[in-house]
Design a protein around this ligand. Structure first.
Ligand SMILES: Nc1nc2c(ncn2[C@@H]2O[C@H](COP(=O)(O)OP(=O)(O)OP(=O)(O)O)[C@@H](O)[C@H]2O)c(=O)[nH]1
Ligand SMILES: [Mg+2]
Length: 598
C-alpha cells in the first residue's frame, strides 16, 4: 500500500486541468499514442463540444514503481459537487493556477474544499508557455494564499509538457500513501469502500466508483451497502484506464470500480459504504457526503405525453451519474405528469436536458427555472414554493422570503467601480474588500440567489472585460417583494412560462419576456398575441404577425372571383387555428432558459 498515491487536479475553470492530465497519461504510457487526443479524460461528446469538464474522471497510472490514481475534476461552479466528492477519495490535490490569469474565484473555493479534507496541496503555476504569463506575480499570490515558500511551487505547462514529470515526482514525495483509519493490520481488516461516484452502463448495469478504505474485495464477493441495505454480488471489479479494466480485485488504498449487479438504480448512492455481507452489522460506515442543496428548480415534462415512464427511468439512471440532481414527481394541469427537478445552476440544467436528449432520446418541456421561496401565510402556514404555479393567492400571503447567497468577486482594481455599481444595481449588499495583491481585489457581497442565476454572471464578465470571476454559496433567507407574472400566448396562459419577479421590476421583465418570445416563437398562419400579466392585468404586450402563404400564386391571370374565394378560405383557416389556441403554437425547449438569461 506504500506505493499508492491518490490525487486530484483542482483549479478554476479553464486553468488547464484536463490538458495537464493528458501529459501525465502520455508520460506514464497509460493511453496508447494512437488513441490520444486533447483533453482525453473529457469522455462525453458534450464535454468535448463545449470544451469544459462536467464529470470527475479517475484514471490509474504506473510511474517509477508507483501506482498513481488521478482524478480530473471540473472547474465550473455548477459542478462543485464533483470536486468535493473527488477530494474525499484522495490524499493530495494538485492546485493549478493559470500563470496569465492568477488566482480566480474557483481557485479559492476548490482550495478551501481541499483544505477541509486535510489534503496535501501541491501548488502548480500552469501555462507558463503563454506570452502573457506573469509567473513572478502569480507566484507571490500563491505564496500569500497558501503561506508556502516559493520553491514549493512547480512551474509547468500542460501544453509543452514542461514541469509535468516534476509534478508526478512531487505527488510521490509529498502526498502521503493512503492511510488506514482504525485497525493497524489494515490488510486483514473488513472491507469498507467509499462510493464516490456511479454510472449506469448499458452492458454492465449499475457500476459503483469506489475508494477502498479498508480490506479488499474480489470478484464474486457477496456485498452489501450500509445505508440502503442493498445486497448483491460483485460481478466484476477493476480499475480505470480510463476505460473499465478488469482486475478481479481491489485492495486497501486503491481506486476502482465494482459492477454491482444491483437491479434498482436507487440502491446505489454516492457516499454509501460497501461492505461484505458477512460483516453486516459489524463495521461502522465511512463518513459520507453532505447532501447538496439545489439552487434552482424547474418542471421537467416529456414533450410527448406518453413518454412519462421513459422519462422516469431515464432520470433515475442519469441520477447515478449526476448525484447533484434532485427530482420528485409532479403533475401539472397543462403539461401532465412530469418531475420537479433541482439543479446547482443553469448550466447544470442545460447539461441535464442535453444528456436526456442525447443519451435517452427524450425531448422535454422545461418550465422557467426558479429558486425556492418561503411563503408565510396569514393562516400561519409556511410553504416552500418551488414553482410559480404553487404561489398562493396574494390575499393569503403575509410575507415571502427568498434565498440569498454570499458572493465573492475577484477583479482587477481597474474594474472595481463598474463591478460594484453593477452588483449594487442587482440588489447586492456590500460586505467588505480584501486585497489579493497590489492590483487585484476580492469583493464580498450578499445578494439574492435569483439575481446570480439570471444574467449577473454575464454582466460581471462584460463589466470587467472578462477579467472578473465569481463564486457563491447559499447564505440565508430574506424578505422579498415578489409577484407571480403570467405569460399569455395567443390569449392562453402558458403555465411553463409563469415566473416570480420583483414587483418593482415587473414592467421591465414583462416587456423583456414578450420580446424574447417574439424573437423565438416561429411565425404561424395567424397573428399571435403575446402578453405578460399580473393578477389578470396585462402589463406588456407584443404580437407576431401572420405568415402569409400566398395561395393565389399558382393562379394565372386576372380571375378575380376565384382569387377572392381562395383568400376567403384562407381567412377561415386562420380562425380555426386561432381557436386551437396555444396548442398550435409550438414553444421551442430552450425558450425557458433564454427568458431567464435575458
Ligand atoms: N498555452 C497553453 N494553453 C493551455 C495550457 N493548458 C491548457 N491550455 C488551454 O486552455 C484551455 C482549457 O484547457 P483545459 O485543459 O480544458 O482546462 P480545464 O481546467 O480542464 O477546464 P475545465 O475542466 O472546464 O475547468 C484549452 O484551450 C487548452 O488548450 C498550457 O499549458 N498552455
Ligand atoms: Mg477539464
Amino acid at each position: 500500500m506504500n506505493n499508492i498515491r491518490n490525487f486530484c487536479i483542482i483549479a478554476h475553470i479553464d486553468h488547464g486541468k484536463s490538458t495537464l492530465a493528458d501529459r501525465m497519461l502520455e508520460i506514464t504510457g497509460t493511453i496508447d499514442k494512437r488513441k490520444m487526443k486533447d483533453q482525453v479524460l473529457d469522455r462525453m461528446d458534450l464535454e468535448r463540444e463545449r470544451g469544459i469538464t462536467i464529470k470527475l474522471q479517475p484514471v490509474t497510472m504506473n510511474y517509477s514503481g508507483y501506482i498513481l490514481n488521478l482524478i480530473d475534476t471540473p472547474g465550473h461552479v455548477d459542478f462543485t459537487y464533483e470536486v468535493s466528492r473527488s477530494l474525499a477519495a484522495v490524499e493530495g490535490a494538485v492546485l493549478l493556477v493559470d500563470a496569465s490569469q492568477g488566482i480566480q474565484a474557483q481557485t479559492l473555493a476548490n482550495l478551501y474544499l481541499a483544505i477541509e479534507q486535510n489534503l496535501t496541496i501541491i501548488p502548480v503555476l500552469n501555462k507558463i508557455d503563454l506570452p502573457a504569463a506573469n509567473p513572478e506575480k502569480v507566484k507571490k499570490e500563491i505564496v500569500k494564499l497558501l503561506g508556502c515558500s516559493g520553491d514549493e511551487i512547480i512551474l509547468a505547462s500542460g501544453k509543452t509538457g514542461a514541469g509535468v514529470e516534476e509534478i508526478l515526482k512531487a505527488v510521490i514525495e509529498r502526498v502521503p500513501a493512503p492511510r488506514h483509519v482504525g485497525v493497524e493490520t489494515q490488510d486483514f481488516a473488513s472491507l469498507r469502500a467509499l462510493i464516490f461516484d456511479s454510472n449506469y452502463d448499458e452492458y454492465r448495469g449499475v457500476v459503483a466508483y469506489v475508494k477502498i478504505v479498508d480490506g479488499e474485495i474480489k470478484k464474486g464477493d457477496k456485498i452489501s451497502l450500509i445505508a440502503t441495505g442493498a445486497k448483491s454480488e460483485a460481478i466484476d471489479i477493476g480499475i480505470f484506464k480510463p476505460d473499465y479494466f478488469s482486475t478481479g480485485i481491489l485492495k486497501a488504498g486503491e481506486i476502482g470500480y465494482i459492477v454491482t449487479g444491483f437491479k434498482e438504480v436507487s440502491e446505489c448512492r454516492v457516499g454509501d459504504t460497501v461492505i461484505l455481507q458477512k460483516d453486516n452489522g459489524q463495521v461502522t460506515p465511512l463518513q459520507g457526503y453532505k447532501e447538496v442543496k439545489p439552487m434552482v428548480y424547474a418542471g421537467v415534462f416529456p414533450r410527448e405525453g406518453d413518454e412519462f415512464q421513459e422519462l422516469r427511468e431515464a432520470i433515475s439512471k442519469l441520477k447515478l451519474n449526476d448525484s447533484a440532481l434532485f427530482f420528485e414527481p409532479e403533475q401539472s394541469n397543462a403539461l401532465g405528469f412530469g418531475f420537479r427537478c433541482g439543479f446547482l445552476g443553469l448550466l447544470h440544467l442545460e447539461i441535464f436536458q442535453e444528456r436526456l436528449r442525447r443519451e435517452y432520446n427524450l425531448d422535454l418541456i422545461i418550465t422557467t427555472p426558479s429558486v425556492v421561496y418561503k411563503v408565510y401565510k396569514k393562516d400561519n402556514e409556511e410553504v416552500l414554493v418551488r414553482t410559480p404555479q404553487k404561489l398562493p393567492d396574494p390575499t393569503e400571503i403575509l410575507r415571502i422570503e427568498e434565498p440569498w447567497s454570499s458572493l465573492d468577486i475577484i477583479t482587477p482594481k481597474d474594474f472595481l467601480g463598474n463591478v460594484m455599481q453593477l452588483t449594487q444595481e442587482k440588489r447586492g449588499v456590500y460586505v467588505n474588500t480584501e486585497y489579493l495583491d497590489e492590483d487585484r481585489v476580492i469583493l464580498h457581497y450578499h445578494i439574492p440567489m435569483s439575481t446570480i442565476l439570471t444574467d449577473y454572471y454575464d454582466k460581471v464578465k462584460s463589466a470587467s472585460s472578462g477579467y472578473a470571476s465569481i463564486n457563491y454559496e447559499f447564505l440565508d433567507y430574506r424578505e422579498a417583494d415578489v409577484v407571480k407574472m403570467d405569460i399569455m400566448v395567443a390569449e392562453e396562459a402558458v403555465e411553463a412560462l409563469s415566473i416570480i419577479v420583483y414587483r418593482d421590476e415587473a414592467f421591465r421583465r414583462g416587456k423583456e419576456i414578450v420580446n424574447v418570445l417574439k424573437e423565438t416563437l416561429p411565425r404561424q398562419m395567424f397573428v399571435i398575441k403575446l402578453q405578460a400579466s399580473i393578477g389578470g392585468k396585462v402589463i406588456a404586450a407584443e404580437r407576431i404577425s401572420a405568415m402569409r402563404k400566398d395561395v393565389t400564386a399558382k393562379l394565372y391571370g386576372g380571375d378575380v372571383t376565384r382569387k377572392r374565394k381562395l383568400l376567403e378560405k384562407q381567412k377561415k383557416g386562420k380562425k380555426k387555428m386561432m381557436a386551437m389556441g396555444k396548442g398550435s403554437v409550438e414553444i421551442p425547449s430552450d425558450t425557458f432558459v433564454k427568458i431567464l438569461k435575458k
